[in-house]
Design a protein around this ligand. Sequence first.
Ligand SMILES: NC(=O)c1ccc[n+]([C@@H]2O[C@H](COP(=O)([O-])OP(=O)(O)OC[C@H]3O[C@@H](n4cnc5c(N)ncnc54)[C@H](O)[C@@H]3O)[C@@H](O)[C@H]2O)c1
Ligand SMILES: CC(C)[C@H](C(=O)O)[C@@H](O)C(=O)O
Ligand SMILES: [Mg+2]
Length: 345
Amino acid sequence: MTHIALLPGDGIGPEIMAPAVQLLEHFVPGVSTEEHLFGGASIDAHGTALTDEVLAGCQQADAVLLAAVGGPKWDTTNPDDPRPEQGLLGLRKALGLFANLRPVRPLPALYDASPLKRERIEGTDLLVVRELTGGIYFGEKTRTDTDASDLCHYTTAEVDRIARVAFEAAKLRRNKVSSVDKANVMETSRQWRQVVHAVHAADFAGVELEDVLVDNAAMQLVSRPSDFDVIVTENLFGDILSDEAAMITGSIGMLPSASLGNPDGPGLFEPVHGSAPDIAGTGAANPLAMFLSLAMLLRHGLSLEAEAGALETAVDAALDGGLRTKDLGGSAGTAEATAAVLAHL
Ligand SMILES: NC(=O)c1ccc[n+]([C@@H]2O[C@H](COP(=O)([O-])OP(=O)(O)OC[C@H]3O[C@@H](n4cnc5c(N)ncnc54)[C@H](O)[C@@H]3O)[C@@H](O)[C@H]2O)c1
Ligand SMILES: CC(C)[C@H](C(=O)O)[C@@H](O)C(=O)O
Ligand SMILES: [Mg+2]
């Protein structure tokens, strides 16, 4: 029987998880699910953001569906305090999920919800391939009364494997990879560029490859987004660029993600946005990034391509039919958005 671990987390997390489970049960009748405390909710109950029991529960599942973690209650500048985000990083690392896929596919119905001009957005369909278990997120951290440091570290093997994910993805798309780095300053970026080019020359010479410095990439993303196909980049750059790219779709509330890379364990599926503490409890959260993350779970986690497509089509149809949550300039809340998608199944 298919088993999915559910991590509602904090803030708007539980509000968008509940309707996603409704959709999961629609597409996978009889699915077994288990909900676990994670992030701030787990800190409150157990003093740590990810317990061994929850990690084991995730490891035993066919896939993990996560909403979001974090919030002001757990914000701290004391290095010794537990933080919700540590649970997320620990889970990604423990599950071996080094490849984070963030598709940016703006719908014509939402062109006017984006701050970008329609003619810039038209034709945009890009995929951010973010390295997820290395770099400055996971290097040594130090802190004294006067000093602090975060080490950015990559092995060539870590760059090699994420480059392969990007090139393979490009072959199924428009055959172009933009590798984003800061090779004019950072040693990890010079290594990144060298490895990406070596992988390209050895096995993917038929794929178009360009190098883009990250500051330029941030600018190009809003000036010529439709020129990008696959963007491959390291952990921190991918985090920042994907939030920026979200606005091409109209809202951060639209962007889903899949974290993959371990053929022997479950993938993790989560929206790109956070726990949105400013709107938590108001019923205003846009659940569509969560629904689209569920579609990625159906596709990549359970190999249910037809079901994934049907869910994406229902989301598109709801938006074509006029659904607009507050973040998209409308007035619909989570419940109305859910009803609109359900109506198109
Ligand atoms: N994967 C995750 O769990 C994840 C991702 C990003 C941030 N976070 C955490 O979330 C907390 C809040 O972070 P933040 O405020 O910087 O980012 P955020 O993504 O939570 O919110 C940024 C802005 O976008 C809005 N927004 C986000 N998702 C929305 C949705 N689905 N519908 C409508 N509006 C939405 C919020 O209301 C807010 O104005 C922090 O603790 C952060 O660490 C968690
Ligand atoms: C919450 C935070 C640790 C996380 C990240 O930086 O990876 C988030 O911003 C994301 O994009 O998934
Ligand atoms: Mg982020």
